[in-house]
Design a protein around this ligand. Sequence first.
Ligand code: ADP
Ligand code: MG
Ligand code: ZN
Length: 475
Amino acid sequence: MTFETIIGLEVHAQLQTQSKMFCGCATEFGAPANTRTCPVCLGLPGALPVVNKRAVEMAIRTGLALNCTVRTTNQFARKNYFYPDLPKGYQISQYDRPICENGWLEFKANGTSGRVRIRRAHLEEDAGKNIHASEGAGSFVDLNRAGTPLIEIVTEPDMRSAEEVVSYLKSLRDVLMYIDVCDGNMEQGSLRCEPNLSLRPAGSDALGTKVEPKNINSFKFVKDAIEYEIKRQTKVLTEGGTVYQETRLWDIERSQTVVMRSKEEAHDYRYFPDPDLVPLVIPDEWVEELRSTIQELPRDRHQRFLKDYGLPDYDAGVLTSSRALADYFEACATLFAEPKTISNFMMSELLRELHQTGTTVEASPVSPERLVGLLTLVHDETISLKVAKEIFPELYAGDKSAAQLVEEKGLRQLSDEGELLALVDAVIERHPAQVAQYREGKETVIGFLVGQVMKNSGGKANPQKVNALFKTRLA
Ligand code: ADP
Ligand code: MG
Ligand code: ZN
């Protein structure tokens, strides 16, 4: 029997507000434990929550960017459970009246594209962190994160493979970062992903029992955990066993999922409207005002890059994956009219240096102006592309212009016809056998001959010109 994989995703994104969801405590990452707390986020008796307007704005903007409807009358609800990192004994979330509903997001995988329907996106607060010290030295709790605003984005079960999930997740992350609501950092936990996965016999319409792997903090683990679960469930079902609805932990060391707990049902949480918070009413004018703050989204910019710059789909995808990268490209493109040359150089040389030095493109030591300076030297044949690539690390490490570097190092390309001819003739004289082969019709030998000139000129000869000179000389 063959099975079809069904996956729906729940993503928690930390909203980039200065302060927490229901109190004024700062949200910054990495402060000393328990120093960003107050009676509200510690859940002390009598402390009352106040909704953070910025968080609501970010949630609305997220909904709009994900093609959702924004609900006019919202309700916060208490989700009750007991765990040491949740000081109130309940989490303030949204239940039957979430802020955003019924949206969609495009994804691309395995050469096709599709839409993942977004069921809902709701506001809630984050929990603190339990810290388990090694070797029985005790467990601790840090409540700095408790009360940080989150938006939880839940899809319909529309994905069918790990590739589709990764693609959807990347698109979602790009959108959230483009509209400045989340920093997208999976390792630090600002973006957390919980796939729900089930199998069903191919051709069936019913949904199978789902399993929810947790503890997934990179794109690689998303893919690995899903692939592992597909194998595991296929084996269970093929052997006539039962898949149980459970939450499973992704064990990084052993690359497998292990049972954490059997799945709670909604009624286990005893949801009810939070009596401390009045319904949140969102006027249409506010939604429209926020709609106007959403600029071009990644998928639109991608399309425009194809159209305006004639870039291949792959290039447009890489360059629009972050707003800063796309801005950098466009800054170059207004100065230099060869988009594909810019794209190639950015995707190989620039991204490599940025990656190796752990630098973001916003902080790139090579500005668009300096990069274009270098590409212009290639364009007007002052240097070859090979030399441009060779000196790029120096351009990156210092603050000299490309022209300065080329002068100082004497890298100017040799384009003078007379000098090149002398080099070409010397090679013709020294390699009569290859010359004879060429004349007999073995045209590929020209590569060898050009190579000799390049070698003799210390890489400075203009290869196109040398090639042309050989052709006329040996015609
Ligand atoms: P729960 O109440 O257990 O959290 P939901 O119905 O709210 O379950 O769905 C949570 C996520 O799981 C959604 O993204 C949904 O699309 C997905 N999902 C629901 N049922 C299945 C299933 N049988 N197989 C795979 N994914 C599912
Ligand atoms: Mg769930
Ligand atoms: Zn607080």
